[in-house]
Design a protein around this ligand. Structure first.
Ligand SMILES: Cc1ncc(C[n+]2csc(CCOP(=O)(O)OP(=O)(O)O)c2C)c(N)n1
Length: 669
C-alpha cells in the first residue's frame, strides 16, 4: 500500500509531537520517535489489538518500548489514538507529576506496559509477557475457545542489543519457541557516541537466527508496505519468535541532524524544527499542531479498539458460560487474590524436624502450598537442587508444554529477573526466581525495576553468608544484605529457623505491592523452641521480641537476623549468667519492621536501652537500628574458603563478641 497523503500526515504528527515536546521540555530524545513514526503508525493502526478506552483489557496485545528513551514515540501514539493522554500532557513532557515522564513508567501513563529506560530490560520483560500469555493460554484456553490469545511486540535499539541481557532473554525466548513474540530492531547505526561502527560489528540478524528466531530485514523504515508485510509474516510464524530488523535513520526529516548522534538525545532547536517541518511538508509551523484529518484517522482507532474488545468479550462470555470454574479461577488470578485456604497448607515445624537449613524449610513450604497457589510459578538459574525451588511432581515449562510451572531459567540471572517482571506486569502470576544471594548482583537491575514498578515477585536467594563455607569469598555475600535493604519499596526477609521460614513465605505471598526476597541459608539451623520463645508469627511485623530478659527490664537489646539469631540466644544466656539482662530480638525484615507503628517499634526496641546487632554481612544497614550509641557487629572484609564454623570464629561472628559488646555497653566489662 503506497503512502497516502493521510498516512503521511498521521506519521508526521508523531514526528512533530516528539520534536516539539522535547523542544518545550528542553530535554529528551526526538531522533528515534522521528525515525520510527512509520513503524508505529503501521503497528498501531493495522496490527496491534488494543482498546485506548481500556488499557487493562487482559487480552490486548502488549507493546514494549525497550528503547525507553524514545518515550515520545509512545506518548504521541497514546495521545493520537485516544488513550487518556491529552495534548496538555504531551506539553508537560518530563515535568513534575506529569503523566509523560522522561522514560515510560509503569503505572504513570495509561498504555505503558512496563517501565523501560535501562537498556535491554524491556526486551527481557517482553519475553516474560510472551511466556505469561503462552502459560495462561495453555492453562485456560479450550479447543473451542481462545480467551488468552495475544501477541507481544517490542522495539529494541542498538543499545538494547548491545546489553548482555538481550542475549539471555532472547536465547531463552528462542529456546521456548515463543511464537507470539515479535520484536523490531531499530538498526539506525547511531548511538550516543556516534556511529555504531565505533563499537558494534555484530550481525544481529544472524545472531537472532542462531537463537532460533525467525528474522526478516527491512531496508527502509519508511516503506509502509514492507513493514506491513513483515508484520503479517511474523504473525504467521507461530513456532518461533520473530525479529524484524528495520534500517532506519535517526532524526528522519531533519535536514541537518538526521543520521547524527545529536538527534538522539537533545532538542533539535527551534530553527531546525522549522526546517524539518518544511522539509516534511507539514501543514503548520504551530507547535504541537496535528492536522484534524490526521487526528480523526488516528482517533478512529478508538472504535476499532472498542470493537476488538467487544468481539473478545463475546468469546470470553461464551467461554465463561461453558467453563465457569475456569473463569472464576482466571478472574481470581487476574485480580491478584489468593485462593481461600492456602494458608492452611503452610506447614508447622517441630523439634522432630531437627536442624533444618532455611533453604530446605523453604522448599518444604513451597511444596506444601503449591497446590493452592497455582499462580506461583518459577524456578532457578540452574540451581534448583541447591535452592530447593522445584515443585515436585509438577511439569517443567517447555516449548511443548507451556503450562508447566517449573521454570529452568538457565544460567541467566539477569534475564530471569526481567522475565519475572514481564510475567508480573502481564498479570495472572506471582513469579519466583532463585539463585545464590551473591548472584542477586547479576540480576540487580531487574530487581530494582521490580521495586520501581511495585511488582509482586519473589526472589529465593540462598547460600546467604559466609555460612556457605568452602566455596569461598567469590560466593560469600558481604555487602549484598545491606545494599539490597537500601532499595526503596523492596522487602528482604532473612528467617532464623524453619518456623520463621514458613512465616516468611506467608508474608511474601501477602505482600502484593512490591518484590520480596527470601534470604536463606545453605547450612542447617537449630530449632528454636517456640514454647519457650515467642511465636514466629512475629515475622509479619519484621522484628519481634523472641526472648525477653529474665528478672526485670532489659539492660541491653541483642538483635539479629537469620543464622545469627542462634548466636544472640546463646549470648543472652551467657549475659544472664554474668548478671546482665538482655532481650533477644529477631529482626528478619528491616523493611517490615520499619513499616510498623512507632509504638510497636518502641515496644520491641525500648528507647534508651542500648543495642547490639550481629549479622554475617556488612553491618551498614543495622546502624539505623542500633543507633549512635550501639554496636553493629558484622563483616568489613571478604570471606574465605574454609569450613563455615571456622570462618565464623576467624571472622569474629561469635557469641563471645556479642557478650563482650553487650557488657561494654552496659558498663560491666
Ligand atoms: C543500561 C543502560 N546503559 C546506558 C544507558 C544510557 N543510554 C541511553 S540511550 C543510549 C544509547 C543510544 O543508542 P541506541 O540504543 O542506538 O538508541 P538511539 O540512538 O537509536 O535512539 C545509552 C547509552 C541506558 N539508558 N541504559
Amino acid at each position: 500500500m503506497p503512502q497516502s497523503k493521510l498516512d503521511e500526515l498521521c506519521i508526521n504528527a508523531i514526528r512533530v509531537l516528539a520534536m516539539d515536546a522535547v523542544q518545550k521540555a528542553d530535554s529528551g530524545h526526538p531522533g528515534t520517535p522521528m525515525a520510527l513514526a512509520p513503524l508505529a503508525y503501521v503497528l498501531w493502526t493495522r496490527h496491534l489489538r488494543y482498546n485506548p478506552a481500556n488499557p487493562s483489557w487482559i487480552d490486548r496485545d502488549r507493546f514494549v518500548l525497550s528503547a525507553g528513551h524514545a518515550s515520545m514515540l509512545l506518548y504521541s501514539v497514546f495521545y493520537l489514538t485516544g488513550y487518556d493522554v491529552s495534548l496538555d500532557d504531551i506539553k508537560h513532557f518530563r515535568q513534575w507529576e506529569s503523566s509523560t515522564p522522561g522514560h515510560p513508567e509503569y503505572g504513570y501513563t495509561p498504555g505503558v506496559e512496563t517501565t523501560t529506560g535501562p537498556l535491554g530490560q524491556g526486551l527481557g520483560n517482553s519475553v516474560g509477557m510472551a511466556i505469561a500469555e503462552a502459560q495462561l493460554g495453555a492453562m485456560f484456553n479450550k479447543s473451542d475457545h481462545a480467551v488468552i490469545d495475544h501477541h507481544t511486540y517490542f522495539i529494541a535499539s542498538d543499545g538494547d542489543m548491545m546489553e548482555g541481557i538481550s542475549h539471555e532473554a532472547s536465547s531463552y525466548a528462542g529456546h521456548l519457541a515463543l511464537g507470539k513474540l515479535i520484536g523490531f530492531y531499530d538498526d539506525n547505526h547511531i548511538t550516543i557516541e556516534g556511529d555504531t561502527a565505533l563499537t558494534f560489528g555484530d550481525d544481529t540478524a544472524r545472531r537472532f537466527e542462531a537463537y532460533g528466531w525467525h528474522v526478516q530485514r527491512i531496508e527502509d523504515a519508511n516503506d509502509l508496505d514492507a513493514l506491513d508485510k513483515a508484520i503479517v509474516a511474523a504473525k504467521e510464524i507461530t513456532d518461533r519468535p520473530s525479529l524484524i530488523v528495520v534500517r532506519s535513520h535517526i532524526g528522519f526529516g531533519s535536514p541537518n541532524k538526521h543520521d547524527t548522534a545529536e538527534a538522539h538525545g537533545s532538542p533539535l532547536g527551534a530553527d531546525e524544527i522549522k526546517l524539518t517541518k518544511e522539509a516534511l511538508g507539514y501543514p503548520s509551523q504551530e507547535p504541537f499542531y496535528v492536522a484534524p484529518e490526521a487526528l480523526a484517522h488516528w482517533r478512529s482507532m478508538k472504535d476499532r479498539g472498542a470493537q476488538l474488545e467487544q468481539e473478545w468479550k463475546a468469546r470470553y462470555d461464551a467461554w465463561k458460560r461453558g467453563y465457569p470454574t475456569d473463569a472464576k479461577e482466571l478472574e481470581r488470578r487476574l485480580r491478584g487474590d489468593l485462593m481461600e485456604g492456602w494458608e492452611d497448607l503452610i506447614p508447622t515445624f517441630t523439634a522432630e524436624n531437627g536442624n533444618v537449613a532455611s533453604r530446605a524449610a523453604s522448599g518444604a513450604v513451597l511444596n506444601s502450598i503449591a497446590v493452592k497457589v497455582p499462580e506461583l510459578v518459577g524456578g532457578s538459574a540452574d540451581l534448583a537442587s541447591s535452592t530447593n525451588t522445584i515443585v515436585k511432581g509438577a511439569p517443567s515449562i517447555s516449548r511443548d508444554d507451556y503450562a508447566g510451572r517449573n521454570f529452568h531459567f538457565g544460567i541467566r540471572e539477569h534475564g530471569m529477573g526481567a522475565v519475572m517482571n514481564g510475567m508480573a506486569v502481564h498479570g495472572g502470576f506471582i513469579p519466583y526466581g532463585a539463585t545464590f544471594l551473591i548472584f542477586s548482583d547479576y540480576m540487580r537491575p531487574a530487581v530494582r525495576l521490580a521495586a520501581i514498578m511495585k511488582q509482586h515477585v519473589i526472589y529465593v536467594w540462598t547460600h546467604d553468608s559466609i555460612g556457605l563455607g568452602e566455596d569461598g569469598p567469590t560466593h560469600q555475600p558481604i555487602e549484598q544484605l545491606s545494599t539490597l535493604r537500601a532499595i526503596p519499596d523492596f522487602t528482604l526477609i532473612r528467617p532464623a529457623d524453619a518456623s520463621e521460614t514458613a512465616e516468611a513465605w506467608r508474608a511474601a505471598l501477602k505482600h502484593k505491592d512490591g518484590p520480596v526476597a527470601l534470604v536463606l541459608t545453605r547450612q542447617k539451623l537449630g530449632f528454636i523452641d517456640r514454647t519457650r520463645n515467642a511465636s514466629a508469627a512475629g515475622v509479619a511485623k519484621g522484628a519481634y521480641v523472641l526472648s525477653d530478659a529474665d528478672g526485670g527490664a532489659p539492660q541491653v537489646v541483642l538483635m539479629s537476623s537469620g543464622s545469627e539469631v542462634a548466636l544472640i540466644l546463646e549470648a543472652q544466656k551467657k549475659l544472664q549468667d554474668a548478671g546482665v539482662r538482655a532481650r533477644v530480638v529477631s529482626m528478619p525484615s528491616h523493611e517490615l519492621f520499619a513499616a510498623q507503628s512507632q509504638e510497636y517499634r518502641d515496644s520491641v526496641l525500648p528507647p534508651g536501652v542500648k543495642r547490639v546487632s550481629i549479622e554475617a554481612g556488612h553491618p551498614m544497614s543495622w546502624q539505623r537500628w542500633v543507633g549512635g550509641d550501639g554496636i553493629a557487629l558484622g563483616l568489613h572484609r571478604f570471606g574465605a574458603s574454609a569450613p563455615y564454623k571456622e570462618l565464623y570464629e576467624h571472622l569474629g561472628i561469635t557469641v563471645d563478641k556479642v557478650v563482650e559488646s553487650a557488657k561494654q555497653l552496659v558498663g560491666t566489662s
